[in-house]
Write a protein that binds this ligand. Structure first.
Ligand SMILES: Nc1nc2c(ncn2[C@@H]2O[C@H](COP(=O)(O)OP(=O)(O)OP(=O)(O)O)[C@@H](O)[C@H]2O)c(=O)[nH]1
Length: 207
């Protein structure tokens, strides 16, 4: 099996445990399909296939079952997406063997601690999802995931009033620590999803 994944665009989705990565993915994929794109999905987890199984059920009738795969990294999530992305690259190749016309593969990382970034060999474009419910100071911690991703997604804005998080403070800090763009989302209410989608399309599909 050769690692010739560069025939397909790749988008990484990282972020802490529970920030909303799978929920965002589940919103993005049907919209990409509606736009006429053939999409594959990889969910990285330390030792389970749970996210992949959840996504397979969710995408039934939308994405062929063999285009939703789980990769069990067996180690810290950043290992499989940054230090040694070979398991993910092999999965992309396996997708391409069966679906040579695939347009895009979305790769969800396992949850991390603000430090995970995607190896550029693996992801052409990277999203990093944080949740306002984990505290308004997250951008100020300057985690490499937050600072270096192509698009920072600040999710669960609906929970801000319940946890005393000030969205203006988060906006100011995100702007201060990042040169790149950031988007506020409430994935439950589907707010901000279209904005994320247009960044992804501009980032990897130039359309
Ligand atoms: N209130 C609220 N809940 C959300 C939002 N987005 C996701 N959730 C919920 O947050 C929980 C975690 O979401 P997931 O999408 O599983 O998070 P994840 O980052 O994929 O989690 P791991 O795969 O375990 O790292 C779920 O119960 C979601 O329904 C949001 O914008 N608002």
């Amino acid at each position: 099996m050769s690692l010739t994944h560069r025939d397909v665009a790749t988008v990484g989705i990282g972020g802490p445990v529970g920030s909303g990565k799978t929920t965002l993915l589940a919103e993005l994929v049907p919209r990409l399909r509606d736009a006429g794109l053939d999409v594959g999905v990889i969910a990285n987890d330390i030792l389970t296939q749970e996210d992949a199984e959840r996504l397979r059920e969710r995408f039934a009738g939308v994405v062929p079952e063999d285009l939703v795969a789980g990769v069990e990294t067996g180690a810290c999530p950043h290992t499989g997406i940054r230090e040694d992305p070979s398991m993910n690259l092999q999965q992309i190749d396996a997708f391409l063997d069966e679906h040579p016309d695939l347009d895009l593969v979305l790769i969800e990382s396992g949850g991390d601690n603000l430090a995970a970034t995607f190896n550029p060999e693996l992801a052409d474009y990277s999203l990093y999802v944080i949740s306002v419910a984990e505290g308004e100071d997250i951008p100020r911690k300057r985690g490499p995931g937050v600072v270096d991703c192509d698009l920072l997604v600040i999710n669960k804005t609906d929970l801000a009033p319940h946890v005393g998080a000030d969205l203006d403070v988060i906006e100011r800090d995100a702007g201060a620590v990042r040169e790149g763009p950031f988007v506020f989302t409430d994935c439950k209410a589907k707010d901000g999803i279209e904005t994320v989608l247009s960044h992804v399309r501009e980032g990897v599909l130039f359309a």
